[in-house]
Design a protein around this ligand. Structure first.
Ligand code: HPA
Length: 278
């Protein structure tokens, strides 16, 4: 087995060889949401393929670049697209980019994702701030923190009560309110995918307290929290969960990407406001 620390060091060395900028904040831009990275000033675009150990997304709608530059007075590192567990990567592989961000000295990560709405008050194009999550993928034994624990990075048994940073959530809420953007706050349910949910699953996830459902983010959050990083996460609601098996509707990836077009300006406004407030 190759030593993950050695690979992370190589990744950091490669990134440092491309830019002298020292990013403070990491952004992970999910399905159809990568556009913000193209607006960074003084940006350096590093294809994932160039970075040792970095997993590449095979999903349409995901770019594959780490983009480092200035945004609203901050130096940020944007993951333009991410790899997913359902693509066949391990939990450790899909969370490797978070480890690299941590090794680069980043202390705060803001993650975004496309998600299906479970809460019946949510509409396509709405944003939801994560205040908690339910990790189905982890519950069945797929957790990036499994295996020997590196006590230099974080604790063996990670507390999960203070996961989504309260100060960051407070800031996000006031930024959204000022911009007149609806920002729900709710519980994100993480499933492995790649299939979307059945109507019975949608009804179950609602019953257990889920507000939105998706296939990413939570494993990254675990690794970031394990390393002591401050975490915020926002879902863009790209489709409403369908709870009726007798409907003629079907959930599909095209509507997810299409909704991204509405979501990007709103998400961009909230993220820019957050960066100004930090
Ligand atoms: N379910 C799971 N993941 C998703 C969905 C969904 O409906 N929409 C976007 N990502």
């Amino acid at each position: 087995m190759t030593d993950i620390h050695a690979t992370i060091e190589q990744a950091v060395a490669l990134i440092r060889s491309r830019t002298a900028l020292q990013p403070q904040i990491g952004l992970v831009l999910g399905s159809g949401l990568g556009g913000l990275a193209d607006t960074l000033d003084n940006r350096v675009v590093i294809p994932y393929a160039d970075i040792p150990g970095w997993p590449r997304s095979t999903v349409h709608g995901h770019h594959g670049n780490l983009v480092i530059g200035h945004l609203e007075g901050q130096v940020v590192a944007c993951q333009q697209g991410r790899a997913h567990f359902y693509e066949g990567y391990s939990q450790q592989e899909v969370t490797y980019p978070i480890r690299v961000m941590h090794a680069l000295g980043i202390q705060t990560v803001i993650l975004t994702n496309a998600a299906g709405g479970l809460n019946t008050r949510y509409r396509v194009g709405d944003l939801m701030l994560l205040k908690d999550h339910i990790n189905f993928v982890g519950m069945v034994g797929n957790n990036p923190l499994m295996g020997p624990n590196d006590d230099r990075v974080g604790p063996r048994f990670l507390g999960m009560v203070q996961t989504y940073d309260r100060d960051l959530r407070l800031k996000a809420r006031s930024v959204a309110a000022e911009a007149g953007i609806t920002l729900h706050e709710g519980v994100y349910v993480c499933l492995s995918g790649p299939n979307f949910e059945t109507p019975a699953e949608i009804r179950m996830l609602r019953t257990i307290g889920g507000d939105a459902v998706g296939m990413s983010t939570v494993h990254e959050v675990l690794v970031a929290r394990h390393a002591g990083m401050r975490v915020m996460a926002i879902s863009g609601i790209t489709n409403e969960g369908i709870d009726d098996p007798d409907t003629t509707l079907e959930t599909n990836h095209e509507e997810v990407l299409e909704a991204g077009k509405v979501l990007v300006p709103r998400l961009t406004a909230v993220l820019r406001g957050m960066l100004r407030a930090l």
